[in-house]
Design a protein around this ligand. Structure first.
Ligand SMILES: NC(=O)c1ccc[n+]([C@@H]2O[C@H](COP(=O)([O-])OP(=O)(O)OC[C@H]3O[C@@H](n4cnc5c(N)ncnc54)[C@H](OP(=O)(O)O)[C@@H]3O)[C@@H](O)[C@H]2O)c1
Length: 255
């Protein structure tokens, strides 16, 4: 039975970085299946990171996208050692300013797709396997002008923590990754209507640091991975101060 990693959102940003690191360190893996819509990008990642990489072109907001992955899983019956759910998107702006498609797509990709992929992958996972789910620091607090995105990431965090407990006896570990702003293509889409707040630009992390932290936390079987002092501090603040006050402050300083 071939041992594999399955990584969604691998064509850019943190998914690409997970692919790079797992390809260089995962000597025990036979293949690394990488999923995204931009097939050419996936092919060039295979050229760069090696022949173990298996590109799977799939849109995870469409049923046909899941069919491709399900068929491959059924055919090959792999042993999934690592699942990384990194496909995700966010659009900044007032709920009504965004189109209904933009609002719904955040839920479809960040929540429905992550849930479906996890459900499809679990029968192929066993003791010692890891699930790494990309949540966000936005999961810690409701965010006006990023309302659906923040809610979608709260779902990922809550789901991941509960699933970790459910899978404890099977020896499968689940880690939710909650970074603050990270320098990736994410903001190309996110800033379509409204720019990100200046204070978020000041604390942008590099994808390599966030991913290194996430993999270290997953290896240590931690339920949460929070990179950087500013986000660790933000998490504590969100725990101790009333959310109504923090939401008012966020509104004052912009998104
Ligand atoms: N960057 C940040 O500041 C930040 C902070 C906290 C959390 N996050 C989360 O971290 C994860 C990775 O984000 P990133 O910063 O690396 O963003 P990114 O560079 O924009 O990468 C997003 C990935 O998702 C894929 N994707 C988008 N729509 C898709 C669809 N319909 N079907 C399949 N794949 C799709 C994209 O590939 P294709 O376009 O080729 O399909 C791309 O590979 C996301 O879940 C994001 O919400 C990001």
């Amino acid at each position: 039975m071939k041992k594999i990693a399955l990584i969604t959102g691998a064509s850019s940003g943190m998914g690409r970085e997970f692919t790079r690191v797992i390809a260089s360190k995962g000597k025990n893996l036979d293949e690394i299946w990488i999923v995204a819509r931009r097939g050419r990008r996936l092919e060039s990642i295979k050229e760069t990171f090696g022949s173990k990489i298996i590109p799977i072109e799939a849109d995870l907001t469409e049923n046909s996208g899941f069919d491709v992955i399900e068929e491959k899983l059924t055919q090959e019956q792999p042993d999934i050692r690592i699942l990384v759910n990194s496909a995700g998107m966010g659009v900044i702006g007032r709920f009504e300013e965004l189109s209904i498609a933009e609002n719904i797509n955040m839920v479809k990709l960040n929540d429905v797709a992550l849930t479906k992929i996890t459900y499809m992958a679990l029968p192929f996972m066993g003791r010692g396997a890891h699930i790494i789910n990309m949540a966000s620091g936005a999961a810690f607090l409701p965010q006006p002008k990023f309302a659906v995105y923040a809610a979608s990431k709260s779902y990922v965090l809550s789901f991941s923590r509960a699933l970790k407990e459910e899978l404890k006896n099977e020896g499968i570990c689940v880690t939710a990754v909650c970074p603050g702003p990270v320098k990736t293509e994410f903001f190309g889409i996110a800033e379509k209507h409204t720019h990100v707040a200046f204070y978020k630009k000041l604390v942008m992390a590099s994808p390599s640091k966030v991913v290194a932290r996430a993999l270290a936390d997953a290896s240590a079987s931690r339920e949460l991975s929070v990179y950087g002092i500013s986000m660790k501090l933000a998490r504590v603040i969100c725990k101790v101060l009333p959310h109504s006050l923090l939401i008012k402050l966020m509104n004052m300083f912009g998104k």
